[in-house]
Design a protein around this ligand. Structure first.
Ligand code: PGA
Length: 252
């Protein structure tokens, strides 16, 4: 059985007080949730230590939204994987489409970030996914295969199993337009087969692949019931306790 994960990506939202209030709300309701899925909240850098302390070693785990490809040193404004780890935080998102689009992060750079995360025992949540024009051209499978290849296929068979992959079609992020369950399943199967082609079926079967892009309480259950969808990476709907818990309930 693969690990099921529901991860929230708060992006650049909320003050510290608002962030702590949301965590307090989530911890209140989380006891009543039956799902055995891992629950992660990826919060802005300045809140990592505070939120990690607030949550302790409880049911909800913490992630960062990015890390530097460098180990340490004169990189003003950057945050290293080692720093994230030193806050007690176990996860980091790598290669979110907003990082690719607005900060020019490419496959080679993301390979270095994945390496740094793994070197510091962080679990990278590696994002891939095609923009609308690629989907319309019909070359989305080729692009997503290449994205995984460029940033993950330098890893050994043991290392790649420590990575969580998030398939997030860019046209579905923050747009309210979700991929259909069939579209999600098809792409997740493409990614898993691609990994199997290089590393073998057993390795591919061990890797959790999350779907992201307008996941909501009312579509979570259908998406999560697809055989190759192992959970979700949730943006907008992770900012409200009721919506996020509704989504977690959808994983069963
Ligand atoms: P969304 O964002 O749920 O708001 O579409 C998903 C993401 O960017 O991870």
């Amino acid at each position: 059985m693969r690990t099921k994960i529901v991860a929230g990506n708060w992006k650049m939202n909320k003050s510290l007080a608002e962030a702590q209030a949301l965590i307090a709300e989530l911890t209140n309701v989380i006891g009543g949730i039956k799902s055995s899925a891992k629950i992660v909240v990826c919060v802005p850098f300045p809140y990592l230590a505070a939120i990690q302390n607030q949550l302790g070693s409880g049911r909800i785990e913490v992630g960062a939204q990015n890390c530097s490809e460098h180990e340490s040193g004169a990189y003003t404004g950057e945050v290293s994987a080692a720093m994230i780890k030193s806050c007690g935080v176990p996860y980091v998102i790598v290669g979110h489409s907003e990082r690719r689009q607005y900060f020019g992060e490419d496959g080679a750079l993301l390979a270095k970030k994945v390496d740094k995360a793994l070197a510091h025992q962080l679990t990278p949540i590696f994002c891939c996914g095609e923009p609308l024009e690629i989907r319309e051209k019909g070359t989305h499978e080729t692009l997503v295969r290449k994205q995984t290849e460029d940033s993950l296929f330098h890893l050994g068979a043991e290392a790649i199993q420590k990575v969580v992959i998030a398939y997030e079609p860019v046209w579905a992020i923050g747009t309210g337009k979700t991929a259909s369950a069939q579209q999600a399943q098809d792409m997740h199967a493409v990614i898993r087969q691609h990994i199997a082609g290089k590393y073998g079926q057993a390795v591919a079967e061990a890797i959790s692949i999350l779907y992201g892009g307008s996941v909501k309480p009312d579509n979570a259950k259908e998406l999560f019931s697809c055989p190759d969808v192992d959970g979700g990476l949730v943006g907008g709907a992770s900012l409200k306790a009721a919506d996020f818990t509704g989504i977690i309930n959808g994983i069963g």
